[in-house]
Design a protein around this ligand. Structure first.
Ligand code: BG6
Length: 493
């Protein structure tokens, strides 16, 4: 079987708040992720806060479009609560060991995020934190030692908490300037070490989880639209700055994407899928396509949303779109207008259950065609290089008595997905830069805060309550992925 083109970037992906830990070390400030508790498949993660007048504490669901911080309250770390980001799986202290595993698998690239609050602890500081900068210098040097190209996300579901408290988060235009300063700082510092950058992880999640995606204190539709606009402008400014600082640098968009299927051939179901798909594609139409699409402007008009814009915003968007489009894709979603179908039982986070797909414990499905469909859809629409920067399956892996971990279900999922992406490249001619499997070393789940929803090729001894030695163990999938990389995707058996 034909593999992937020469130079294809195989690797794995992580995010600082789910992996790094050391939440209050090295001069790091508190980020929005640090005030979110753990949860489970059935119990939502909570955002904790305290009332600045009475000192009383409380919490609300951290995910969802309605996470609004009550009046007189600020998000805060509360004693007695458990916050998984605080230690996570300790990459901060174990990066050499972990990058060693990546090198052993033959990684060509490693996607990680810089924790913004490690560089600018309050977000609005004038000077960066040198200790934070030094940490990432060491991490990038370690990657380069093995010929691993870093792929760096600037903001992965974390905003310095002070920006939420003082400015209300990304709905405030001031965040554009703070982000620009941060982006320029790291572009200059790591020029020559980091070539590939991503601005905002899953920017379209602003629609569904505005506290997570934009640190929004008030998630009104107006604020969400404004926050997305501000991130678009910030992204364009980052592209401009990167190209000026080092023309070799490429800055990509990062979109949460999943093919959407209609449950029936009822035209109403088709229309629903079209409408829902636009809610996702809008974000790429602007950030990668360079223009606000008419359908979104019409929607804003209908809903009475008026964006606060500067005259140069639209010129910036058009002149500095993303260089490439990266996306996460774990499976597909199925939707229907038919009320007799159980609406809350989707194969993924959204939609209804697709009877043709098998699922894991969390309801996430293996769809053997989803990457090919996703890649074709996005390539036909944007004609820009693509990069799959997240794909994988969470599983409650069990360690055998002899220490081995037989994750055949993960190998099965990855085999189907990589085969689907190989078809998109070899049969359809899609331009694909690389593939980074999500959570290559076990880390905290973003959606549930659990450790037991594991994705990695390497197991980390830590449980949902924070117990465990943090010791690393290779799973069966480790050796399988090593072979996949060695054969450049030709051998998936
Ligand atoms: C993506 C996020 O949505 O999905 C990651 O970018 C996240 O941060 C991943 O971890 C998997 O989701 P979960 O909820 O299983 O961790």
């Amino acid at each position: 079987m034909k593999g992937f083109p020469e130079g294809f970037l195989w690797g794995g992906a992580t995010a600082a708040n789910q992996y790094e830990g050391a939440w209050n070390e090295g001069g790091k400030g508190i980020s929005t992720a640090d005030v979110i508790t753990s949860g489970s498949h059935t119990v939502p993660r909570r955002l904790t806060y305290k009332n600045v007048k009475t000192g009383e504490t409380g919490s609300i669901s951290a995910f969802g479009p309605n996470t609004k911080i009550p009046e007189d309250c600020i998000p805060a770390v509360i004693e007695g609560e458990y916050y998984p980001s605080h230690v996570a799986t300790d990459f901060y202290h174990r990066y050499k060991e972990d990058i060693g595993y990546m090198a052993e698998m033959g990684f060509k690239t490693f996607r990680l995020s810089i924790n913004w609050a490690r560089i600018f602890p309050n977000g609005d500081d004038v000077e960066p934190n040198e200790e934070g900068l030094k940490f990432y210098d060491a991490v990038f040097d370690e990657c380069l030692k093995y010929g691993i190209e870093p792929l760096v996300t600037l903001s992965h579901y974390e905003t310095p908490l002070n920006l939420t408290i003082k400015y209300g988060g990304w709905s405030n235009r001031k965040c554009i300037d703070f982000f620009e300063r941060y982006a320029k700082t790291v572009f200059k510092r790591y020029s020559g070490k980091v070539k590939y950058w991503l601005t905002f992880n899953e920017i379209n999640i602003m629609e569904f989880a505005p506290f997570i995606a934009g640190g929004l204190a008030d998630p009104s539709p107006q604020n969400r639209a404004q926050a997305a606009h501000n991130q678009f402008v910030a992204s364009a400014k980052a592209v401009k700055a990167a190209h000026e600082i080092n023309p070799e640098m490429k800055v990509g968009q990062m979109l949460a994407y999943q093919p959407s299927y209609a449950y029936t051939c009822d035209p109403d179901d088709q229309l629903l899928v079209m409408e829902l798909s636009k809610n996702t594609l809008f974000y790429a139409d602007v950030q990668t396509g360079g223009k606000y699409p008419a359908y979104r402007l019409k929607k804003y008009e209908r809903e009475g949303i008026v964006l606060d814009t500067e005259p140069e915003d639209f010129e910036l968007l058009e002149k500095y779109p993303a260089d490439f489009l990266s996306f996460s894709c774990y499976g597909s979603s199925t939707f229907t207008t038919h009320k007799d179908v159980d609406q809350g039982n989707g194969n993924f986070v959204f939609g209804v259950k697709n009877p043709y797909l098998e699922t894991n414990e969390w309801g996430w499905a293996t769809d053997k065609n989803c990457l090919r469909i996703a890649l074709n859809t996005l390539y036909e629409r944007y004609h820009k290089p693509l990069w799959i920067v997240e794909n994988g399956i969470g599983w409650d892996d069990k360690k055998e008595e002899d220490g081995s971990i037989h994750d055949s279900y993960r190998i099965d999922y990855l085999r189907k997905n990589i085969s689907s992406m190989r078809d998109a490249v070899n049969l359809d001619g899609v331009e694909l830069m690389g593939y980074t499997m999500w959570g290559c070393i076990d880390l905290v789940s973003a959606g549930t805060g659990e450790m037991k929803k594991r994705y990695g090729f390497v197991y980390v001894d830590r449980d949902d309550k924070g117990n465990g030695t943090l010791e690393r163990t290779k799973k069966d999938s480790f050796y399988w992925y090593k072979k996949v990389i060695a054969t450049n995707g030709a051998d998936l058996e």
